[in-house]
Design a protein around this ligand. Sequence first.
Ligand SMILES: [Zn+2]
Length: 447
Amino acid sequence: MGSRESVTGAEDASTRDAAMESFEEFQQNAVKAIEGDSRKLSSVKDGMAMFVDSKPGKRGERFRYVPVASLSSVADDLVNGAVEHSEYTGFVLPSRGYAEFTVRPSRSIPLRRYIERFNWVSDDAECGHGFIPSELTRPNGREVESNRIGFHVHSPKERACVELSRATATAMFLTDPWPFAAHYPENSLRVYTLKVFVEPSPDGASVFRQTTDVAARSIFELDIRNGIHFVLEPRERLRVSFEASPGVTSPKIRFPRLKPPREVAALFSFASEASDNPPFIFLSYYQVLESFLPMAHKQDAVKALRVALKDPHFDEGKNSSVLALLNSIERLKQASEEDQLKVLVRDFVREEKLKEFFDDADARHFAKKGPIVGIPEISFHPKSEPLSVQVAKRIYALRNRIVHAKDDPKYAPIPVLLPRSVEANNLQPDVALARVLATEALIHGQG
Ligand SMILES: [Zn+2]
């Protein structure tokens, strides 16, 4: 899938017509295939052909670049059905059983520096794929250090291969709006991708599943066996933020009056640190709620027992009265986490705060056909359950989808909600709801 033409000295051209005129016929055909009906060649500069979306989207025109030397290979991949991966940055080409994923180090250092500091050693792959690791030589103190960069490994049993190597022109074209620098070998913006090869199949979904699975497993093993930390780049990354709105330029500060237990305050703050991982933020707020469950439950139990004791029919001399009391204590002791959460939301969260929240919230998100599957909707139908009960049920179900709580058989068949998935990227409204609940619980838990 590398470039199949020799690097030709393409002439600079400032218009499509001028560029096409300077191209040979096979290049003209490649350009037409790449253009399809959604983009147009606009110019050629320094050996890079620039394409512009012919119907600019919301964010305006998007530029994509193809080295002139790679026009045919990119056209070939597109004609054969290369499409962007729906969850991660990268693309899938089912008819060739191929997928390519952008990876990045989990720490904030440039990918190139992270990858090129290792001298990669891997099993020999006898699969027939041509793979030659890039050789990188640089002075290191007095010595000259030479690293082999990348790997290609093969499983005869799974009939699959994984490779770490420089990004292909097609990957750059489909996924990165500013890739032009990456195609010059010595440029500092060298980009590497993880490539997965499986059996070609007309079933696009199956190739999609298999390649994504192998990519995820590779990332996992690099971490667990080699201590090399990569993440697949999610296609869209939601940043959840509850920062003061841009209009607030003079925040009014007071001496802190709330006195939450330190560990609870730490959990609340931790949510703000995990800004690009919505399920994580949600769980941090959920843990704040969790820490108030025993308190809410105890207060509720004391209240219930007081009522029972004040009952004029309660007769401490009668066994049936004492047994009834014992039963209600047993019942309270056996309350599930979900029931305790219902009590917490009912007693610790002001109803008007919930109403306020849902007045401003996106109703479609919380409705039956919202983007997060398998969790109860919030309904404002007069016959629906009290808002506090609905909210508690939803929050509890969502928590179970994230931690995949097998302890509660009710939720066992529901798929886990993965961080950085499409659903995770849609989680903002539920995270906001959890934050409201956590804030209310902190206020009411002040004693
Ligand atoms: Zn191979």
